[in-house]
Design a protein around this ligand. Structure first.
Ligand code: SF4
Ligand code: FES
Length: 231
């Protein structure tokens, strides 16, 4: 099969795709193929990975049009759908080089949504009804795949994005957290949860099988309830 790899560097800014023929075994992953290409044919090819077992999220890229962890994506099933597999960096992030993006905007969006726990509130009740949803949502490891898949991130740079809103949901439902006031301004402001169009692409691509779309829905319900309580 042929792998098409996105190439770009700041000193020669015209982007291109390089093609590499690859022999893929039954268990060969996209990341295995990239490592092989770098070792044998393109020593200057830049991409990011760390754990290689689906734990760190650093190998997220767009493979055949969809955000995936390349260390958990096998090549053969993709190639069955077409002889060529195309790999490009995540969308909506500044490019550093080739398949590497700058994740700083992700960190900024998290900060804007008040992603840090603020100690000082009351301990939560054991029967907190949101608890099962929170348990799932806290498993986010910040890979950025959902941000890449979100069209609203593209159009509104002040929109916190699915990962940050998912994080805000976990904290706003946490009785021990005392940071709700600051978080409320970003999350429920003009560029917050109500800007989400509900396409749920974030949920469709999340390799942890989380649902940021559900977290956003719950935040909306919370905002709506608070409006009624005020009137
Ligand atoms: S919600 Fe899922 S896709 Fe988004 S950053 Fe967290 S783990 Fe990655
Ligand atoms: S390298 Fe860690 S998740 Fe892929």
């Amino acid at each position: 099969m042929i792998i098409r790899v996105f190439r770009w560097r700041p000193e020669a800014p015209a982007a291109r795709f390089d093609e590499f023929p690859v022999e893929a075994g039954e268990g060969t992953t996209v990341l295995d193929a990239l490592v092989g290409i770098r070792e044998t044919r393109a020593p200057d090819l830049a991409f990011r990975y760390a754990c290689r077992v689906g734990m760190c999220g650093s190998c997220a890229m767009v493979v055949d049009g969809r955000e995936r962890w390349t260390c958990r994506t096998r090549l053969r099933p993709l190639a069955r759908q077409g002889a060529t597999v195309t790999i490009r960096p995540l969308y909506h992030f500044p490019l550093v080089r080739d398949l590497v993006v700058d994740l700083q905007p992700f960190v900024e969006r998290m900060k804007a949504a008040g992603a840090a726990f603020v100690p000082g509130g009351e301990p939560p009740e054991a029967t907190l009804p949101e608890r099962p949803a929170i348990d799932a949502a806290i498993e986010c490891i910040g890979c950025g795949a959902c941000v890449s898949a979100c069209t609203m991130v593209r159009w509104d740079p002040r929109f916190p994005g699915p990962a940050a809103l998912n994080r805000a949901f976990t904290l706003l439902a946490d009785g021990r957290d005392a940071g709700a006031t600051g978080r409320w301004t970003t999350v429920f402001g003009e560029d917050g949860v109500f800007r989400c169009h509900g396409q749920a692409q974030c949920t469709a691509v999340c390799p942890m099988e989380l649902s940021p779309a559900d977290s956003i829905l719950r935040l909306r319900r919370k905002a709506t309830r608070s409006l009624f309580l005020r009137t």
